[in-house]
Design a binder for this molecule. Structure first.
Ligand SMILES: [Zn+2]
Ligand SMILES: [Zn+2]
Length: 141
């Protein structure tokens, strides 16, 4: 685990701001079909835990995207704001909302088995398939 850091970010139009008190510096990418349909490419995010608050909350729209997660976006400009696990309230927030700095490290990729062949990242990362991810975080029931 990398160090925990507070990060502040905002959407493209500025109607929504986000404060993530436990953001850290580790960047992950998700290649799953849903993330790529949602954003047009892999979802690059920072796991921010539950200590996340939003300003301009009246501009946050939430899409119920699966049985276990929901996705938030700015209703004014469409910027993607979070992927949130319903059960735990954990937020995965797009790294692009925050200012970039040289502490950020691209460390992991998930749903590597759903990544299409036309691109791949050159970074050396820890990679997991969807099945490996579910086995680790969500015991089937
Ligand atoms: Zn906006
Ligand atoms: Zn995904």
């Amino acid at each position: 685990m990398s160090e925990i850091a507070e990060r502040q970010g905002r959407c493209l139009c500025g109607a929504v701001t986000v404060t993530a008190k436990e953001a850290g510096n580790s960047v992950g990418a998700c290649h799953c079909n849903m993330c790529r349909r949602w954003g047009g490419g892999p979802y690059m995010e920072i796991a921010c835990g539950t200590a996340v608050s939003f300003g301009g909350e009246e501009n946050v729209s939430v899409f119920d995207s699966s049985a276990w997660a929901e996705r938030g976006f700015c209703s004014k400009c469409g910027t993607h704001l979070f992927y949130r696990l319903k059960e735990t309230g954990q937020h995965m927030i797009p790294v692009g909302l925050f200012e970039s700095d040289d502490k950020l490290v691209f460390e992991s990729q998930v749903f590597i088995d759903e990544k299409p062949g036309f691109y791949s990242f050159a970074n050396e990362t820890k990679n997991m398939t969807g099945a490996e991810l579910f086995a680790k975080f969500a015991p089937p029931d």
